[in-house]
Structure formats: C-alpha cells, structure tokens
Design a protein around this ligand. Structure first.
Ligand code: COA
Length: 593
C-alpha cells in the first residue's frame, strides 16, 4: 500500500512506524512540515491508499479527511482526548494506559476507533514511556488497523462513552500551574512524578535563587536529607534538592526564555555553577545495587562471571567528561576476574554520540567537538582492544551516529527488538569517527556501509540483524530483553568454548592490526572531522545549532518525502570510505556459534 505518514517531527515514534511499515513491504512517504497547505499538497502528490498521522499537533484539514481514511495515533486509552494524554496518565497514577488508532474527523480525537492497544503503565518519564511502551502499542494498533482496512469490510467503532471499555475522557492541556512543585509539602515521590510527567518536554517550571528554570531528569534519593527546596549535594552535573521526606536529584535545567533569548537543556550544576561553590560533590562507588534509589549515571553489577556496566546518560548524549569516566570504569571492570562484560547503556537510550548541547554551550564549539570526539574515540578504542574479556553490547534503547558505532566496538551486539538505529552522521554535517570506517564495513561490507552512511535513514533491529549490523534482537519489553541478555552472557561465560573464543578474538585483533592499524583509521577519520569542525564550511555548526535550539527544517528532507523526490535533483556530498582493510567481513559471528 502507499502510506503517507504525517508528523510534526521525524521523532522516534515516526521513525519506528516508518521502518516497520517499510519492512512490511508498504511504500511509505513522510511529510513533516505541517500546515494545511503542505499536508494537502503532500496528499495530492502522493495519492496514498492510507494516511497515518503519527504525531500531529493540529487538526487534519477537512479536504483530506473527507477524501481519505486518515488514522490518528493517539497516545491514550479508548475515550482519552486532549494534547497532554501521557502527562495526565503519569500524574494521576494510571495503572494501565494505551494507544488508540482513530479516524480523523472534524472533532479532535473523537473519530471512530480502528484499534486500541493497552499496556501496564511503568513508572518512568513521559518520553521514556513514549519511546518504549507507546511505540510498541502504536505498532500493534497500526498493523491491526492496516489489516482491517485492507479487509475492506471492517466498520470502525464510534466513540461511545456509555461502553464499559471506554474509560478515557477529554482532558485539557496541562498547564504549569498543575505541574508546579510545592517544596514545603510535596513528597519526593510526588516531585519525581511531576518532573517525569513533563520530561522531556516542557519540563516543570520552578524557581532557584530567584531565577526561573525548567526541571528535567528526576531521580529519588534514598539517604540524603536537608531543608526542603535547598540544594544539598551535586554529582556529575546533577543537583540534589531536599524534600519534606528526603531528597530528589535533578539532572538537567533549562533557563526560561528571556525576551528573544532562548536557552536549551544543560546539566543542572553547569547552569547553576556560580551558586554551587559550597555544595559538596558526592562520589559514589561504581558498585551500586539496582534497587538503590539515587542518581547514577555509570554503575556496575556482577553475577556468575559476568560484569554488567550500565551507562545511563540523559538523552544518550555523551560529553568528553562522561566518555572519560566511562572509559575509566570500563578499564577498571576489565581487571575483574570475570569472563564476559556486558555494556548495558541506559534504559532509554544506548547512546546518541557526542554531546551536542555541551558543545553548543562551550566557549569554543570547534575545540569542544574535537575534545569530545577524541574522548569518544578513546572509549571506543578501549573496547576494541579489550582482550581480557568477551564484550557484549546490550542496546536497550535507541542509538544514533557515534552511539551506534560505540556498540560495534563490542564482540557481540544485541538490541531490544523495536529500538531504532540511525547509523549515520551526515545529517549533522559530520564525516564521523569512533572507528566507524573499521567496524561498520567489517560488519556489513563496504557497499552497505556507504549506503547506510549516505542514505541517512533509520533502521529497525530486524533489518540491522539481517544485514549483520547487529547479531540478534529480541525482547519486546526491557525486562524480557535483560533476562535474555543475562542468559546469553552467562551461557558464554560458562561455555566450554570460552577460552577458544577469547583466543580467536585476540588472534583476529592482531590480524586486523597487521592489515591496517586502528591508529590509521582514527587518523583518517579525524582528518575529515577536523575539516568539519574547523573549516570555513559551517554545515556542522549550523546543523548542531539548529538541532540544539530545535529549529525545525522549513521543508521535509527529500530522502523522506518520496512524493517530492521527482521534482528535485538528488543530494550531493556522498561519504566515501578510505582504503579499509580487515581480515574478513565480520570477526564476530564465531562467538555465538
Ligand atoms: N547531544 C545532545 N542531545 C541529544 C543528542 C546529542 N548527541 N542526541 C539526542 N539528543 C537529545 C535531543 O535534543 C532531544 O532532547 P529533548 O529531551 O530536549 O527533546 C532528546 O535527546 C531526544 O532526541 P529526539 O531527537 O527528540 O529523539 P528521537 O528519538 O526522536 O531522535 C535521533 C533520535 C538520535 C535521530 C536524534 O536525536 C539525532 O539526530 N541526534 C543527534 C545524533 C548525532 O548527530 N550525534 C552526534 C554525532 S556522533
């Protein structure tokens, strides 16, 4: 079928729907810049069989819904209506939530229901639920809708509040007055809930030292205490504020817009730096139990000869300092008498590469980019050259750019089924590094490596597995993914083949190094990156600035808008690979045979 995807942004949900539908063999085109005229034009050009609006903030124009079936993907249970669905679900402690596929009509979210899928509501942030449970339910609802649509005889269910299974209601836009924190009475769990209901957007507006900030990244704290509202500790950029019954960590702040001056999210301690001079910096051991309530970016657990190294960086963005800390932690756990190390990333993201916000905020973004990419490369190098252990990458959440290449440094790469991978840099105006010119062709071959880095499209885990980018994908939920990862890692550690596999890994690294030293790959990549950072051609700096300040493109990129491709010339500036030599396409298949 020809399916037109309408969305205000090419966000993770839209990407996920795009890759799943394409995988099912549908012909999918995407329109992003949404106003009545652009939407109508896209429909006219594409003549779709079905329209799916995955993330649309305005009403679908009548000229469209009168002529076409247009399915709105609403992140709420049957009967739920309004623009703050998930926010209300989190704030009101909904135990069950869902996604409803409803037909666009003249009234917002009130059309006939084609499908509705519910899930158990986890206690995580809005964006985390959106990327995980909502995305999963949305795919199920869309596939069911398509099946029903193709059958030609399905009659969608009119919204009827008298039905027992219609439990939702119309709720208003959630204003800051509802979100606001009362530090004199709100408990730590209430504060965490309020911030999570507003994370990643719009944040909870609060005042610190007389200045207005939006708060993000909340974590409850088990042990620290103080006067409610006061900042009592800091750790790796996060601040800890006392509550009436304990304390909460807040990892990020954004200053409220002042006149024309806009701000973006940064680590809280960086934003407040001057006023935190007397606030103690906490240091905590790497070994923190997973049940301990506190703020932890990097932590480590060990079980049955397997070490699990978690790195849960907000939004998957990794600054130079975070890369250095992770490298130190990795080298440290390599000295433990375990056999397998599993790199767990974070629950929401595996990694999205260098920290573009920190770079934007620095005095000299080119220098900071250089520092960040070198720190990232040092981290990747430490994994590529770790010959004491077998190393697994367990991607629980989405990954992009250098973040994908970070995973490829491991011996085996596994992903939770349903995450989205973006193994390319070009849209950020970068050639890329993280030894991608070594690891990517080694896994997928040269031709495919160039295709992936030039086409700049997201990829499903199923496709990633089929082309050899990853070794396997499984586990719809985070819990089941972790259980399977544990079983694989333990199986590997206890396998009679273990020593043989480790010896093979060492041998292959030596062979590859003789063919072409890793240092050469790094040098070649960094030469290109230097041009991206320091030449007068500013495309990276412009792309980064637009990304950080969330300046949306004025039109849908052509590689997504198939319906506009024929009238435009193809894009230039292809990425090329230097002469890369590796012992074989993949060193790694041997490990799980
Ligand atoms: N640095 C800083 N922030 C980043 C980031 C990075 N490398 N990658 C993502 N983020 C932030 C986004 O700004 C957004 O912030 P918000 O919480 O204020 O909304 C959040 O992470 C989620 O990103 P978003 O784009 O909304 O999520 P998505 O899942 O819809 O899209 C990506 C995913 C990865 C395709 C997109 O975020 C992206 O292109 N990231 C940049 C990747 C990159 O070029 N890295 C640098 C080169 S190594």
């Amino acid at each position: 079928m020809r399916i037109l995807l309408l969305s205000n942004a090419y966000n993770s949900l839209t990407q996920r729907i795009h890759v799943e539908l394409a995988y099912q063999g549908h012909n999918v085109s995407v329109e992003l810049t949404l106003n009545t005229q652009v939407m109508a034009e896209a429909v006219e050009l594409y003549q779709p069989n079905l329209i799916i609006a995955s993330f649309v903030k305005m009403a679908i124009p009548e000229v469209i819904w009168r002529r076409y079936i247009c399915i709105i993907i609403h992140p709420g249970i049957k009967g739920d209506r309004g623009p703050s669905s998930l926010d209300w679900a989190i704030l009101t402690d909904a135990e069950e939530w869902g996604v409803t596929a409803l037909q666009a009509t003249g009234e917002m979210d009130a059309g006939d229901i084609w499908s509705s899928v519910n899930f158990k509501m986890p206690s995580r942030s809005k964006s985390s639920v959106y990327r995980t449970e909502v995305a999963e339910a949305a795919i199920q609802a869309i596939l069911e809708t398509i099946e029903r649509f193709e059958s030609g005889h399905f009659i969608p269910e009119p919204l009827d509040y008298s039905r027992e299974d219609v439990k939702g209601c119309l709720r208003p836009y959630m204003k800051q007055e509802v979100r606001g924190i009362d530090w004199a009475s709100d408990s730590a769990s209430t504060i965490v809930k309020k911030i999570r209901a507003a994370d990643s957007q719009p944040g909870v507006l609060d005042t610190i030292d007389g200045e207005a900030y939006y708060l993000y990244g909340a974590h409850q704290e088990d042990t620290l205490k103080g006067t409610p509202g006061e900042i009592i500790a800091q750790q790796h950029g996060a601040i800890c504020r006392a509550t009436v019954d304990g304390a909460v960590w807040i990892s990020h702040l954004k200053q409220k817009k002042r006149g024309e001056q806009s701000f973006f999210k940064l680590p809280a301690a960086m934003v407040l730096s001057e006023s935190l001079k007397d606030i103690p910096e906490l240091t905590r051991s790497l070994k923190l139990s997973s049940t301990c309530k506190t703020y932890k970016e990097i932590w480590y657990e060990e079980k049955n000869d397997v070490g699990y190294l978690h790195f849960d960086f907000y939004n998957g963005a990794m600054s130079a300092d975070q890369c250095n800390r992770l490298k130190t932690a990795f080298l440290n756990v390599c000295t433990h008498p375990t056999k397998v190390i599993v790199l767990m990333g974070g629950q929401d993201f595996w990694s999205n590469g260098i920290h573009l916000n920190m770079i934007e905020a620095s005095e000299n973004p080119a220098d900071e980019s250089w520092r960040n990419i070198n720190a990232m490369n040092d981290l990747v190098l430490s994994i590529l050259t770790a010959t004491t252990h077998l190393v697994l990458a367990a991607m629980q959440g989405n990954a992009a750019a250098g973040g994908v290449m970070l995973a490829l440094a491991a011996d085996q790469v596994y992903a939770r089924r349903g995450i989205v991978l973006n193994p390319h840099y070009k849209r950020m105006g970068l050639y890329g590094s993280e030894y991608w010119t070594y690891s990517l062709p080694k896994r997928v071959g040269h031709k495919k490596a160039l295709e992936l880095t030039n086409n700049c499209l997201p990829m499903s885990t199923k496709v990633a597995q089929e082309i050899g980018l990853i070794d396997d994908c499984f586990g719809q939920s985070i819990v089941s993914f972790r259980q399977q990862i544990e079983a694989i890692a333990q199986g590997m550690a206890q396998s009679p083949d273990y020593e043989h596999r480790l010896a093979l890994k060492r041998e292959m690294r030596l062979t590859d190094e003789r063919c072409k030293p890793l240092e050469d790959y790094r040098k070649e990549e960094l030469e290109q990156m230097k041009l991206n950072f320091y030449s007068s051609e500013q495309s990276y700096h412009v792309a980064r600035r637009n990304f950080v300040y969330k300046i949306t493109p004025s039109e849908t990129p052509l590689h997504l808008a198939k319906h506009r491709q024929f009238s435009h010339p193809s894009e230039k500036c292809a990425v090329v690979l230097p002469n890369a030599k590796t012992s074989q396409k993949s060193t790694l298949g041997f490990l799980h045979r």
